[in-house]
Design a protein around this ligand. Structure first.
Ligand code: MN
Length: 448
């Protein structure tokens, strides 16, 4: 268990998985370019010690940039990540209230709030401006009081306003609209620089009404300690590096975007809710964290992928208990394409698997089902199955016009997509001709 953000950083540094950068870097592209490089080159995470124009500030990024870094956050190995995610997402420990914590060492209110004094990066060439990307937004449902934790991008608009791009199909987006209908602002504690349990479990595919901080407690094996915010009706993790105390401005929207989104394309400009930053509380020597998204894969993809794989695994298991493996693939932006291997018992149950995954609400556009002798993590093996074990006119299901991600440039209509699945499993009977060529002894050659 990592006690806080710094404990996680020390662990990575001790393992040689975090590198300190002493060269002065610019918030404009230079930090993001470094994070791009480590995302493409198996790490390490980066600790920028000098930021041009922001003396004293340090910026950290790429903490989940690779399979190995993500596994380190889960305190397991890359091979065991799915099992570990499935185990952890069922554990719940509710947060506890504490009187104060390190995040209250500095309290800035009113005119002291100035986001422009923070080293908030501009990540890509067409991004609208600097974005807070590593903030976990913690809110209370205005009707039920139940907490919600999630991560949404926030564009800096001026010294004390941010956008909060939480679309209405996401829990926070719904809660913003509910508060608006009640003509009330919604308090949003945006916590930056946390132990990994909190950002990671904020990605879990749990229904509205489940407090993700209870999952975070289960993940870390101890309750998350929360402090009351100074100026809004919300709570924040006591050990946060920085807490932006925000409240929505009901009815107000601002142009947000273009933004380099996780499928690897730019999203168009959208009208996003606006929040006013009413206070900032932080550690005396607070570290600023950012995350990178954009072309897969980045830490954003790894963070999404594990809970997407866990959710896909659970859905498939309801239909075929003998699920061998699930891969929510790299090229499909860790969300839209799934390859699953199964041991089927009925001739056409792979088709039920395809429909279940395409109908689920987490953005799957394409499914390939293969037999258990195919390695879903090896694209050549999967293509071999598609080449040998399926006929396009018989084994492809195409379903027009389903609701899907907003971010598909080929979508015929907003939030709409055709979806498709390939059943590349061999028939249950009379299937000798579908079997892989095998040379006796090929796995045990000892003479080379
Ligand atoms: Mn939620």
């Amino acid at each position: 268990m990592f006690k806080d953000f710094r404990h996680h950083l020390r662990h990575l540094e001790d393992k040689g998985m975090l590198k300190r950068i002493t060269k002065e870097v610019d918030i404009r592209f230079e930090i993001a370019a470094g994070l791009r490089k480590v995302s493409d080159n198996d790490g390490p995470a980066l600790f920028f010690e000098k930021v041009k124009g922001y003396p004293g500030w340090k910026v950290v990024g790429g903490l989940f940039a690779t399979h190995k870094l993500t596994a380190a956050a889960y305190e397991t190995t890359p091979e065991k990540l799915l099992d570990r995610t499935l185990e952890l997402e069922s554990k719940r420990i509710p947060p506890v209230a504490v009187a104060t914590g390190p995040c209250k060492e500095v309290v800035l209110k009113g005119d002291e709030v100035d986001l422009r004094k923070f080293p908030i990066p501009i990540h890509t060439e067409k991004d609208t401006g600097p974005y807070v990307l590593a903030g976990v937004q913690i809110v209370k449902n205005p009707l039920t009081g139940i907490r919600n934790a999630s991560m949404h991008r926030m564009l800096v608009i001026d010294k004390n306003h941010l956008s909060c791009w939480a679309p209405p199909d996401r829990h926070l987006g719904r809660l913003i609209l509910q508060a608006e209908e009640m003509k009330k602002p919604l308090g949003i504690a945006t916590a930056i620089g946390l132990d990994p349990s909190i950002p990671l479990t904020s990605q879990a595919k749990v229904p509205m009404g489940v407090d993700e901080l209870e999952l975070a407690g289960g993940f870390r094996g101890a309750p998350v300690e929360l402090v009351k915010c100074e100026t809004i009706d919300a709570e924040a993790p006591a050990h946060s590096e920085i807490v932006l105390e925000c409240e929505t401005v009901p009815g107000r929207r601002v142009a947000d975007g273009p933004f380099a989104e996780y499928p690897g394309c730019y999203s168009e400009s959208k009208q996003a809710p606006v929040v006013k930053v009413t206070a900032i509380t932080m550690r005396k020597d607070a570290l600023f964290q950012t995350v990178l998204t954009g072309m897969p894969r980045t830490e954003d993809h790894w963070m999404m992928q594990l809970y997407n794989e866990a959710a896909a695994y659970r859905l498939v298991k309801e239909i075929i208990p003998e699920v061998k493996a699930v891969n929510v693939t790299h090229g499909g932006a860790s969300r839209h394409h799934v390859v699953v291997s199964v041991k089927k018992r009925h001739e056409f149950e792979s088709r039920n698997v395809i429909l279940a995954l395409l109908g689920a609400n987490f953005g799957i556009k394409h499914v390939i089902v293969v037999d258990e002798d195919i390695d879903v993590f090896n694209p050549h093996d999967v293509e071999w199955a598609v080449n040998n074990r399926m006929q396009p006119d018989r084994d492809i299901l195409i379903i027009p016009n389903l609701t899907n991600s907003t971010l598909d440039p080929s979508a015929p209509l907003a939030r709409t997509s055709a979806k498709w699945g390939i059943d590349a499993t061999m028939p249950l009977t009379d299937n000798e001709k579908y079997k892989k060529v095998y040379i006796p002894g090929q796995d045990g050659v000892d003479y080379i």
